[in-house]
Unconditional design. Structure first.
Length: 430
């Protein structure tokens, strides 16, 4: 098991930068050859924030019989020190897959915001930070399965923890593992495939159509972190001043973004005020954290378009067999509250997230992403029966909001990537 003191260094730890007062195991149960624990992280009083709960499989390398024990029957319950752990199969649990494959579910190596485990047919995600209440990914995947949308992997199982007071937390999900696919981020970094981008727009519109009618919390206006960005820009330029930043690209970009920040604030305020009641679609449940890394694509039989070639709708249909997509990770932004992640939003939130993701792919792979962005919008608009130009206009303020969020993230965690959202913000202000 990782030392509990190492939690603060993990990517999935949400309290980075905060002073920790204590880390304690509040509940624990033995399953197979390892332990499943609930850990509370309490912060110093000066941080003025509540404690966090985290789920930890103490030795992820010894889970050979863990998953068989918990998912080989319709429902399994484990009494712990003070609460209870529950594991349940869904109605879509595969009858044609041997239960013995659960012995082969093993941890994936990549450090992520959650812990991931997989075998040939199964994929298990353990949510690290726990919040009481209905989890958005579970209800969205159940809804998409009910609608037989085909846009996401099937949900095979769920697991929960109930504490001594009766509060219930979703621990994770067991789902279908999509095989023979690659993530769309890697795919679009290798080729600017406009027809595939168009097909992704179609799949995105189908996802939104399937999600209509799923209840959620009250619709919320976008939260654009302009104040946070201003603070981070001041810190970045101040530090650069002290280090004699002559020729420092990041310093120069930060100064330019600082100069246009008032204009961007006014643009956002005017755009969202003007869009009230005039958007081409009503608020509904959406993905909430939509980008190329959340999509798998199988495009082996899809005719790729050479990088830089203009997009055209005149290719023969036989040469343009649509690729298969699977959309993943419906949990929303893990740092947000469950109420926010379950809120009704404009589908433009997801569309803007994907447009910005194409721009990131273009920046990292050194190609102009405009063709893919336009193809994505065309595919979405055609399927949703919306005018493509009106759709692009409706998404513009959400693209701005996303770029501001990205600029904050990059300044905090990846300064070397700040140039990507910075240049987007400067273009939007031009």
């Amino acid at each position: 098991m990782d030392s509990m003191q190492d939690i603060a260094s993990k990517r999935w730890f949400m309290g980075k930068g905060r002073k920790i007062d204590s880390i304690e195991t509040v509940d624990r149960v033995a399953i197979g050859e390892t332990f499943l624990s609930i850990v509370r992280v309490t912060f110093a009083a000066s941080e003025n924030c509540e404690s966090d709960l985290y789920a930890v499989i103490e030795d992820e390398t010894r889970t050979a019989d863990f998953f068989y024990d918990v998912f080989s029957c319709e429902k399994a319950r484990y009494g712990a020190t003070s609460g209870e752990f529950m594991f349940m199969q869904t109605e879509h649990f595969p009858a044609d897959v041997s239960l013995h494959e659960l012995f082969n579910v093993a941890p994936l190596n990549a450090e992520q915001s959650n812990s991931a485990f997989a075998s040939r047919h199964f994929f298990f995600k353990l949510y690290r930070r726990l919040l009481p209440g209905i989890h958005p990914e579970v209800e969205i995947m159940e809804h998409l399965d009910h609608k037989r949308s085909g846009v996401s992997p099937r949900l095979y199982g769920t697991c929960y923890y109930a504490d001594a007071t009766g509060k219930r937390y979703t621990l994770g999900i067991l789902e279908e593992r999509a095989t023979g696919m690659q993530d769309a981020w890697a795919y679009f970094n290798s080729v600017m495939d406009a027809p595939c981008a168009e097909a992704l727009g179609i799949a995105t519109a189908k996802m939104h159509r399937a999600l209509r009618g799923l209840p959620g919390t009250a619709a919320q206006s976008p939260e654009i972190p302009f104040d946070k960005l201003e603070h981070l820009l001041n810190s970045a330029t101040g530090a650069a001043d002290a280090a004699n930043p002559a020729g420092n690209e990041m310093y120069e970009l930060a100064e330019k973004v600082k100069a246009v920040l008032p204009k961007l604030r006014h643009m956002a305020a005017d755009a969202f005020e003007a869009s009230t009641g005039s958007e081409p679609f009503a608020p509904q449940r959406v993905h909430g954290d939509y980008h190329l890394g959340q999509v798998l694509v199988a495009a082996q039989s899809f005719t790729k378009q050479a990088s830089g070639a203009p997009f055209t709708n005149t290719q023969p249909s036989a040469a343009r067999t649509a690729p298969d997509f699977k959309i993943l990770d419906f949990e929303g932004e893990p740092s947000r509250s469950l109420e926010y992640r379950r809120a009704l939003h404009s589908p433009a939130v997801d569309i803007a997230g994907m447009l910005r993701s194409f721009q990131y792919a273009g920046a990292t792979a050194n190609y102009d992403s405009a063709t893919c962005e336009r193809a994505f919008l065309e595919g979405y608009a055609q399927t949703a029966h919306i005018d493509a130009t009106a759709l692009e206009t409706a998404c513009a303020p959400y693209v701005l909001a996303k770029a501001v969020y990205e600029a904050c993230y990059e300044l905090e965690f990846r300064p070397g990537w700040f140039h990507i959202p910075a240049r987007a913000l400067l273009e939007l202000a031009d």
